[in-house]
Design a protein around this ligand. Structure first.
Ligand code: GDP
Ligand code: MN
Length: 340
């Protein structure tokens, strides 16, 4: 008879660090993950990395959202990855599906044209539902209302470095409202009329425009949009900003124009333009130390000792920051950072 070797006793990190994590000062914050049941394996990978690189010491909760019920398998397999609270919510019908006020013939004609023009997701209605939901609704979901701060995660993203501090507390203590790791150009073809609507909105609502805003980053001449935006698959932000009067008026105005369906407006340019208009530029933060990958792009830390201190696994030479398609150098220049 073969003797099965006994595994060494398991180390329970909760016992090592205490049930509430090593760090007990906590912001009123959550992770939020929008995904489908079919995204289970990618979602597991993203959560696993987040736990390894940050959250096993913090135990921030997770909210998973979906327009359908999550399966029992999905909920169980996610829940075993973390000792933090995990909640799984269904999105209210009207927060997701194309509203009846949209002229479907007109929307269809645009989708067909974008397919012909080979615009990514050009023919997809569900992608448009997703963009509208992320623009105007995720922060109003009943499971999200108890939180102020969120960190958006997607399936199949990577966190390449240890995060040796609490980004939520950093935001809170330094009066930041919106944070990004990657900034790039949007496809003009997806937002042909968005900027004109933005300009009309600014005329209608000058009271919402921040005095020291970041508009100069996106519109150096004050007239045209240079298409720079923050890539919203990563976001750490204050939901009080999205829930407040300026963004509420802005989203309702844009939603009424129908461009989420008549064009293919992304939540990234909508969030980014709002942050640039309604926040002071110092309330927008770039997290260099958070190594982050969403295919096909990676931000790898570059400043000071961030790469070494984070024990990063990304290749700093391949950081998207130096890519011609990145808006990072424009941001540094706008913010008056060195090297420009
Ligand atoms: P991309 O990053 O622009 O290529 O778009 P993704 O396909 O990654 O979608 C963005 C986010 O929305 C991801 O977190 C997806 O899991 C999620 N998502 C996209 N479409 C749907 C959908 O139809 N239903 C649900 N529940 N989530 C979706
Ligand atoms: Mn994605």
């Amino acid at each position: 008879e073969v003797e099965i070797p006994k595994a060494p006793p398991a180390v329970n990190l909760d016992e090592v660090y205490g049930q509430d994590g090593r760090v007990d000062r906590k912001a009123n914050a959550t992770f939020v993950v929008l995904c489908r049941n079919s995204d289970l394996s990618g979602t597991l990978r993203s959560v696993r990395e987040m736990e390894d690189r940050f959250n096993r010491y913090h135990q921030y909760p997770y909210v998973f959202l979906n327009e359908e019920e999550f399966t029992e398998e999905f909920k169980e397999r996610i829940s075993v990855l973390t000792s933090a609270k995990t909640e799984f919510g269904v999105i209210p019908h009207d927060h997701w599906y194309q509203p009846d006020s949209i002229d479907e013939d007109k929307a269809k004609a645009n989708r067909d044209q974008l397919v012909k023009d080979k615009v990514i997701y050009g023919g997809s209605v569900s992608y448009r539902n997703m963009c509208r939901f992320n623009s105007g609704f995720f922060f109003r979901h009943p499971l999200m209302l108890k939180y102020r701060w969120y960190w958006r995660i997607e399936p199949d993203v990577h966190f390449h470095c240890n995060i040796n501090h609490d980004p939520f507390l950093y935001m809170q203590e330094n009066n930041k409202s919106y944070a990004f790791t990657i900034t790039m150009y949007e496809y003009r073809r997806t937002i042909p009329t968005l900027w004109d609507h933005v300009k009309d909105f600014v005329q209608l609502h000058p009271e919402h425009i921040a005095k020291d805003n970041a508009l100069g980053f996106m519109s150096p001449n004050g007239v045209d949009y240079n298409l720079c935006h923050f890539w919203s698959n990563f976001e750490i932000a204050d939901m009080e900003f999205w829930r407040g009067p300026a963004y509420t008026d802005f989203f309702n105005y844009l939603d009424e124009k129908g461009g989420f369906y008549y064009e293919r407006w992304g939540d990234a340019p909508v969030h980014s333009i709002a942050a640039a208009l309604f926040l002071n530029k110092n309330q927008i933060h770039f997290f260099d130390e958070i190594g982050y990958e969403h295919s096909p792009y990676t931000h790898c830390p570059k400043l000071g000792n961030n790469y070494k201190d984070g024990k990063c696994s990304c290749d700093p030479k391949k950081s998207f920051d130096y890519d011609g398609y990145s808006c990072m150098s424009k941001w540094d220049e706008f913010m008056g950072l060195p090297d420009h």
